[in-house]
Design a protein around this ligand. Structure first.
Ligand SMILES: [Zn+2]
Ligand SMILES: [Zn+2]
Length: 187
């Protein structure tokens, strides 16, 4: 299965503007695009997450084609061979390298991330393997700042619940992403 071209337009700068882990943001865009344009033969096997993601995807014609083929083949499935997971993992490798390269060549990017950026734990570990030595500490510092911000936000949220208001629940999704990456991106 070929990588989907239009997603390339979604670059690192745009991913950073999302305010969450830039690699997760890039992969989420890729995944959404992939699901929408998926050839049925590429979805011969699906994991639980991606089968449901396809069920809720648009356009419906593409979903119908994928599910028809799966039903015709008797629904044989093996979540360990999910075609979408496989593509997302390949894309992840490319994007981790891309962000590591940008970090190494643009000092302002490292500075900006240090002050304002977020990186999930999974991608921080993967990035550290590819950035130059002096940037490994930068990645660790970003993670440390993210950790303390999340502890603070969770504490604020707990206090809000105690006062009977559930506003601010977005913090829970942010923490989940920080801990395990965006939904469907890793297993
Ligand atoms: Zn991430
Ligand atoms: Zn999958």
């Amino acid at each position: 299965m070929k990588a989907v071209e239009p997603v390339r337009e979604f670059g690192v700068a745009q991913a950073l503007s999302k305010g969450t882990c830039p690699i997760c943001a890039l992969l989420r865009e890729f995944q959404n695009d992939l699901i929408d344009t998926l050839a049925p033969c590429a979805a011969e096997y699906l994991c639980n997450f991606h089968a449901w993601a396809i069920a809720h995807a648009t356009p419906a014609t593409s979903v119908v084609r994928i599910f028809s083929r799966l039903l015709e083949s008797g629904g044989a499935n093996d979540w360990t061979r999910c075609g979408i997971c496989e593509q997302v993992l390949k894309e992840e490798e490319l994007r981790v390298h891309e962000v590591a390269k940008e970090l190494g060549s643009r000092a302002t990017l490292a500075q900006w991330l240090l002050r304002h950026g977020s990186i999930c734990l999974n991608h921080a570990t993967k990035l550290r393997a590819f950035v130059p030595d002096h940037l490994q500490e930068v990645v660790s510092q970003i993670v440390q700042r993210n950790l303390s911000e999340m502890k603070r936000d969770l504490d604020l949220y707990r206090k809000q619940i105690e006062h009977g208001t559930k506003a601010g629940g977005g913090v829970l999704g942010k923490i989940a992403e920080f801990l395990v990456s965006q939904r469907g991106i890793t297993h």
